[in-house]
Write a protein that binds this ligand. Structure first.
Ligand SMILES: [Zn+2]
Length: 303
């Protein structure tokens, strides 16, 4: 059973909203590229885990703290005997190992993923011991990309290569007992201690820097116009109903500026292409009005 499902991380969602509106500094662009790549790998691995028997507890994307040290876990699979901790890598290309150092084929040293794995395993072990649990933990680095090759890998390494992945996962297809109360308690403690990632928001943007307008749902272009109840993309001709494009743009605004109040005038400026009257109508129809007179603002209706 999946207790904490895989979801795109907040920094990735934020970066996706920023890309069409802001010229990212080169290092941020690079880190966005790696985020998308990592997301793709984790999503693929999550689908594989979720296709296994239901007799395990699965948790994705955890941020935990032990003794003021923060550590991030891609996925945990809890069986009645063992906790498996997975670090998922979507590396592509050829790599080799020499004296415990990892290199690309061109000789560039990369971060040794096993060091990161061992650190996480050790911190999780201490974290669980503190809560009174002693289930053994096995860590594995999962190389998910079929285009990944590793030369000179000693067989005892705690890694799973793309060609070994199906065989590795097949061990979880036998008859396992249904998770009992104590396993669920471990999962509950882990989830309760998961640190909200809001503290890890990218913060290198501000409202004035961002280009305003409605982003095309299909090609992410900002060259869109409002034509008779539709928002039409000048680049790919995609047409979207105006209500849904305004609602989508409001969600983006909320994600990027969670502290800001949603008002008719700010959303009018944010969407740029649609008339003020229409923005007000969308807000009244789909959101809940708060405040009075000049101080009217809107919040999500389900709050
Ligand atoms: Zn488009």
């Amino acid at each position: 059973m999946v207790i904490k499902p895989y979801k795109e991380t907040l920094p990735l969602q934020i970066m996706r909203c920023l890309i069409p509106r802001y010229k990212l500094p080169p290092d941020a662009k690079q880190s966005y590229f790696y985020m998308e790549k990592g997301h793709e790998g984790e999503q693929k691995f999550a689908a594989l885990l979720e296709s296994l028997s239901n007799n395990f507890i699965i948790l994705h994307d955890l941020l935990l703290v032990h003794d003021s040290t923060i550590f991030q876990i891609d996925a945990l699979l809890i069986t009645h005997k063992t906790i498996y901790l997975f670090e998922v890598k979507n590396y592509e290309g050829e790599f080799y190992i020499e004296s415990d150092i990892w290199y690309t084929l061109s000789g560039k040293e990369i971060k040794n993923p096993l060091l990161q794995l061992n650190r996480c395993v050790s911190l999780l072990r201490q974290f669980l011991q503190k809560s009174g649990f002693k289930l053994p933990i096995k860590g594995k680095v999962i190389f998910i990309n079929p285009e990944f090759t590793l030369y000179q890998a000693p067989p005892q390494l705690t890694i799973v290569l793309p060609s070994q992945l199906n065989r590795f996962l097949s061990q979880f297809n036998g008859n396992f007992p249904t998770p009992g109360k104590s396993l669920k308690k471990i999962a509950d403690i882990i989830v309760a201690n998961h640190v909200n990632e809001a503290s890890h928001r990218p913060s290198h943007y501000d409202y004035d820097q961002l280009k305003k307008g409605i982003v095309c749902k299909q090609c992410k272009s900002l060259s869109t116009s409002y034509i008779r109840r539709l928002v039409v993309c000048d680049d790919c001709n995609y047409e979207e109903d105006v209500d849904s494009s305004v609602k989508r743009s409001i969600k983006e605004f909320q994600l990027l500026f969670p502290q800001e109040n949603i008002t008719t005038s700010i959303i009018h400026e944010w969407c740029r292409v649609t008339p003020l009257k229409l923005i007000r109508r969308v807000l009244v129809r789909y959101f809940t009005m708060k405040g009075q007179g000049k101080n009217i603002y809107y919040v999500d209706s389900n709050r």
